[in-house]
Design a protein. Sequence first.
Length: 438
Amino acid sequence: MRRFVHLLIFLAVLLAFAALALVALNLRGEDPLPERAEPFASTPAQVERGRYLALAGNCAGCHTTRGGQPYAGGVGIQTPFGTVFASNLTPSSKAGIGQWSAAEFWRAMHNGRSKDGRLLYPAFPYPNFTRVTREDSDAIFAFLRTQPSADTPNIAHRLRFPYDSQIALAAWRALYFEPQRFEPAPARSAEWNRGAYLVEGLGHCIACHGQRNSLGAIQSELGLAGGLIAGENWYAPSLRSKREAGVADWDAKDVVALLKTGVAPRGSVMGPMADVVYGSTQHLNEADLNAMAAYLKQLPASASDAENPDARAAADSTDAARAPGAPTRRDAGALRRGQAIYDQRCAYCHGDVGQGAAGAYPPLAGNRAVLMDSTANLVQVVRLGGFLPATAGNPRPYGMPPFGPVLDDAAIADVLTYIRASWGNDAPSVTLRDMMRP
């Protein structure tokens, strides 16, 4: 009996130490709030800077519903664990941040903690925003305080157990989150460091272009190596691989053009990235766009590129996504069916031999977006249509209609298999398994 009591005491002490460790890990790097909220007086210049920074961070993209009042929240962000709803950022005292102080807003950005002390879910990308400076945080706060107030109530998150508990979130943060500050690399130029600040911090590019583990944490050691966007079934391609979306061998002006207009000589944006260009990067100034281009061009090559020089050479010469080698085996019936669909529905725009039309329709021959290992984006474009963003530099972009209503999964797989096998393309077939929605 005594031994059992001692065991209980030991377990209780162990549990107490674990709880204290959990609390300590969730408080690391967190400065105490001032006892009294300090008066916050902004200047027009600070508000204007905050407006620009909010665009750079694409804040409205998550905090504004389609057709809704700006920054009033309500957008549902799908995750493997349920839906997280973006909060109201207007200066409403009832539902927004009207009662917040600048220090509390900074704590949310830097530490991922709300005004009332609750831990925030990382669907709000504070693991990236933690690198944002206090000065920039204050500017964004100043801008948001000038927006029209909306009493739109916040929607409760719809997460499955145990992910809906603060204890589970605290454990996740103890494992995967630690507040950081952006530290400029002394060996790099000021332009490169500015690009790093935007890409790694405020722009939170890795939130889409990074790989995540089974608990949803970004595997930061892999960098911008590409990943499937949870809940959307779009693949954000690797920004480190020339066989996907790397731009190391692009002219900087073409990288800027892609971010500014959505189109460039060697690529264009669709899906979630079209939304980013429309709502964010097209509004950035030339200096910041050039800084992002400088940073993206100097990303380290992916392991597959570095270890496979033949594949890298193929990508350099043709922009193709696969190295030349033995032809891929395919089903002849699928190719015949796919060709018939292509001739009927695709050739008018993309050409009889996949050559496309300059300034209008992208070529499919040698197109690395067509030949990537992941076929998720191809499937989504055929199903849902391909639409470039309307930007100041490309106000009336050409688009592709959705074929999901007229082509079933088997037909889409066949036509994509044909495209990936024609005009010098040599990529694996698209199967019905690839068509399955996760």
